[in-house]
Design a protein around this ligand. Structure first.
Ligand SMILES: Nc1ncnc2c1ncn2[C@@H]1O[C@H](COP(=O)(O)OP(=O)(O)OP(=O)(O)O)[C@@H](O)[C@H]1O
Ligand SMILES: [Mg+2]
Length: 250
């Protein structure tokens, strides 16, 4: 059964960057097969991983919801969705990528969403690691991607407002009935160590901080992927040291 790592955090805290770097670290350590899931409708995990988007799951669902007759009679909707999802996966060097895509149009998607969740739950089990990049809300986790998360990685800045938002996100996972094994706080872009008082009472285990990385900043300004990020860059080196605590059981 795959170890599911899901990013959470308010807008712009570094979720997609951390997700892309985690994929790279798991890959460079040959820890097993990896599925990267871009669950942000304004998808850019693929871009940061240096890949061109293929068909998104949103398009597949739109297609089936608006033209139910395209489901072959001898196949059934679940099997058809599974087939289309499998076909949309990009096989990259050392990992696969699935792009969830834009939110659905008007109309009832409950039935296709339920099918998709079953398909996703099976798919996740085909990989050793699943890294899910989420939008600031957790809409996808609750409705379409999966409700099983092993490590919820909550990314925040070091501000009191940011940390309060991190606390609310954990409360939201409980409301959405997302099952987690670990909920870890990562304080990103924080050069000095964070004062312990600031993180007391958040109901989150503090994993560590990630420094401001000027190379990440420069690549981002160019709109470039992180594929060529120097292997010793500040953010990557620090995340590498934190890595095991993210995916080991204790
Ligand atoms: N440690 C860091 N050092 C320098 N720049 C960083 C760092 N972490 C993230 N960034 C930059 O901050 C910006 C936002 O990061 P990112 O897109 O990963 O955030 P996000 O949480 O995914 O945002 P959104 O909520 O919009 O999806 C990007 O330009 C990224 O390059
Ligand atoms: Mg993002």
């Amino acid at each position: 059964m795959g170890w599911v790592i899901a990013m959470a955090g308010k807008g712009g805290t570094g979720k997609t960057t951390v997700a892309a770097l985690l994929v790279r670290i798991i890959k460079e350590n040959n820890l097993g097969s990896i599925l990267a899931v871009d669950a942000d409708p304004n998808s850019n995990l693929g871009e940061l991983l240096g890949l061109e988007a293929k068909e998104s799951i949103g398009c597949i669902l739109d297609d089936i919801a608006s033209n139910p007759q395209i489901v072959p009679v001898n196949m059934g909707k679940d099997a058809f969705i599974e087939y289309r999802v499998q076909r949309s996966i990009i096989e990259a060097d050392g990992f696969d990528l699935l792009t969830m895509g834009r939110p659905e149009g008007p109309g009832c998607y409950c039935y296709v969403n339920n099918s998709l969740r079953n398909v996703m739950d099976r798919l996740i089990n085909d990989y050793d690691f699943v890294v899910i990049d989420n939008e600031a809300g957790l809409e996808h986790l609750s409705r379409r991607t999966t409700r099983r998360v092993d490590t919820l990685l909550v990314i925040s800045d070091a501000s009191i407002i940011g940390l309060k938002a991190a606390k609310r996100i954990v409360e939201l996972t409980k409301e959405l009935k997302i099952k987690t094994k670990k909920e870890l706080l990562v304080v990103n872009r924080s050069n000095p160590n964070i004062e312990p008082d600031k993180i007391k009472g958040l109901n989150l285990d503090y994993l560590g901080r990630l420094p401001i990385d000027s190379e990440v900043e420069s690549l981002s300004k160019l709109g470039a992927s992180l594929v060529n990020l120097n292997k010793d860059s500040a953010m990557l080196s620090t995340l590498r040291k934190l890595g095991e605590k993210i995916w080991l059981c204790n």
